[in-house]
Design a protein around this ligand. Structure first.
Ligand SMILES: Nc1ncnc2c1ncn2[C@@H]1O[C@H](COP(=O)(O)OP(=O)(O)OP(=O)(O)O)[C@@H](O)[C@H]1O
Ligand SMILES: [Mg+2]
Length: 347
């Protein structure tokens, strides 16, 4: 397997010594449709520590964005958070009032959305959109806020930031819009940053620059980052831990080195095996695994991966298609949702 080509970072902390910043337990988010209820996020547990980068990976439609939107409490009808707990610094976000949640968003938890242009106000200069974070939320006078906005645009790598601050979103390229979104997200120095495919639209150089900016922020300000990505190259470079999602559930979670060296869940193994030897992770996409993703909600009882499972033991365990495997801890910080481990058959 290709050696991990990590962006150099400061020595990592021992997470166990810290208190979690975010603890999600049993999160379930559903969408009502003509065909019934679709469970997009199911029994989701997630723990994130200050200063760490947690990558959330999985193929299209597995529930990554719905998870991110649920954490922000931004799921809109026909979607709904049905149950669970989202504990952020000891407060359960699901019990906060709308007003309390609005105050928390941006200031303590910020998100970089998958569709950057749609998230910017088309009739407002980008400088104003950043500056208003400081004006509204910090009561700063406009001139000072504008200066900070220009500084942020410089930091996210917008050339000629002072001039560009006067531009409107339609005058930006996709990459520039993503940088502006990054600037807005970083403005109030949130403690948790959720970045949903923040670099998909960017060329490789800009992608590396944004990722460096985000990870440096994590190390210097102890900001926690949940990085949603398809790109295993990005995971290898910047993540501390990885959560692999499949059909609405987290099927494996491990420190990044462990995941690449010792993947346990047949789905994770399939993902990594799908990468041609000698290739860089960055050239591979997760869609390469054979078979199709199950329709969410069709088989809520069994393991979502049972039909596609390539492992020799697939089918050997009756419960694969009839009961959802529980999360099993197989090593320090390494969990998996597969019957083979639960039943003690793992080699
Ligand atoms: N507005 C919606 N209405 C109905 N169902 C939805 C809606 N949004 C999401 N879903 C359901 O939730 C599932 C997960 O969607 P989500 O956007 O989280 O996937 P994703 O993992 O972010 O995919 P991608 O990698 O393509 O961004 C979808 O497969 C779909 O079934
Ligand atoms: Mg998505």
């Amino acid at each position: 397997m290709t050696a991990l080509n990590r962006i150099p970072i400061a020595e990592r902390d021992v997470q166990e010594e810290k208190l979690p910043l975010l603890q999600v337990r049993g999160l379930r988010t559903c969408f009502e449709s003509h065909y019934g209820s679709v469970t997009a996020v199911n029994e989701l547990d997630l723990t994130v520590y200050p200063g760490e980068v947690l990558a959330l990976v999985g193929e299209s439609g597995c529930g990554k964005s719905v998870t991110a939107m649920s954490l922000m409490r931004l799921v809109e009808a026909p979607g709904r958070i049905e149950s669970g707990q989202i504990s952020f610094d000891g407060r359960d976000l699901l019990t906060l009032s709308t007003q309390e949640m609005t105050e928390l968003r941006g200031a303590e938890i910020a998100m970089i959305f998958q569709q950057p242009k749609g998230s910017l106000n088309p009739v407002k200069r980008i400088g104003s959109q950043i500056a208003e974070q400081f004006e509204r939320r910090r009561g700063m006078p406009h001139a000072k806020a504008w200066k900070l906005a220009v500084g942020l645009l410089e930091r996210v790598g917008i050339p000629g930031a002072a001039e560009k601050a006067k531009a409107y979103p339609h005058q930006l390229s996709g990459g520039q819009a993503q940088r502006v979104m990054t600037a807005i997200a970083l403005a109030l120095e949130p403690r948790l940053l959720i970045a949903d495919e923040p670099t998909t639209a960017l060329d490789v150089t800009v992608q590396a620059q944004i990722l460096r900016l985000l990870t440096e922020r994590c190390r210097s300000h102890q900001t926690a980052l949940i990085l949603v990505t398809h790109d295993l190259g990005v995971v290898a470079q910047v993540a501390d831990r990885v959560a692999v999602m499949y059909a609405g559930r987290i099927v494996e979670e491990a420190p990044v080195e462990t995941l690449f060296a010792n993947p346990s869940h047949p789905y994770t193994r399939g993902l990594l095996n799908a990468i041609p030897r000698g290739n860089h992770y960055s050239e591979s996409r997760l869609e390469e695994i054979p078979g199709t993703v199950p329709v969410l909600g069709r088989n809520p009882e069994g393991c979502g991966f049972a039909d596609r499972c390539q492992a020799s033991y697939a089918g050997r365990l009756n419960q694969c298609s009839t009961q959802t495997p529980p999360t099993t801890r197989i090593a320090q910080g390494h969990t998996t949702r597969c019957w083979i481990y639960h039943s003690g058959d793992a080699q």
